[in-house]
Design a protein around this ligand. Structure first.
Ligand code: ZN
Length: 193
């Protein structure tokens, strides 16, 4: 099954992931490679927010960012803290929100993501926001996207407000940065409405 689904484009299904008013780049549009390892299928129960922990790059295209992230993900790569990560099947996150508020499709949402930290991401819909929110500000465009995206995903996958969290709610990490973490009560309110 994994082999059959890997890399297969399902425009209708993926387009429905994200509200129409949000600029959305599918795997086909950014030129994703197929996953390089088997993946675990999962049933979504949590919505979990991350930051990239890298500096926002307003002048680099989202396509280039996704290709670079996929290359980093699928190889043995050096992490910021000096550790080495083993290759992952694909990008560890399901959706990427760039500095301009545009969204790109990461790993197929039907498969569990990956993490460098000690929690099991199975069951988590993983959204990563571009930036290091210990230091940088969330852009107005990113907030605009998250304000629509977070409640839409929660509704679609029947995820309740108490099941919205961030990486640091599950593992020892600074992710998603204090500035993005501070928005969590607001996002929970949007879901609860
Ligand atoms: Zn994270």
């Amino acid at each position: 099954m994994v082999g059959l689904l890997a890399g297969c484009q399902r425009p209708a299904a993926t387009a429905q992931l994200v509200p129409q008013s949000i600029d959305y780049l599918t795997r086909g549009e950014w030129g994703a490679n197929a996953p390089v390892l088997p993946m675990r299928s999962h049933k979504l129960a949590y919505l979990t927010i991350h930051h990239t922990a890298t500096k926002q790059l307003p002048d680099k295209s989202l396509t280039d960012k996704m290709k670079a992230l996929q290359q980093f993900s699928q190889q043995e790569s050096k992490l910021g803290d000096g550790r080495t990560k083993q290759p992952w099947a694909d990008i560890p996150y399901h959706l990427y929100v760039d500095v301009h508020g545009q969204v790109a499709e990461g790993r197929d949402i039907n498969y569990a993501g990956d993490s460098n930290t000690g929690y099991d991401p199975a069951g988590h819909l993983l959204v990563v926001v571009e930036g290091n929110f210990e230091e940088e500000e969330i852009t107005a465009k990113q907030m605009e996207t998250l304000r629509l995206l977070v409640p839409a995903l929660a509704k679609k996958y029947k995820i309740t407000a108490d099941r919205l969290g961030t990486h640091k709610d599950y593992a020892s990490t600074l992710c998603p940065g204090s500035k993005l973490y501070a928005q969590l009560p607001y996002f929970r309110q949007l879901i609860a409405k």
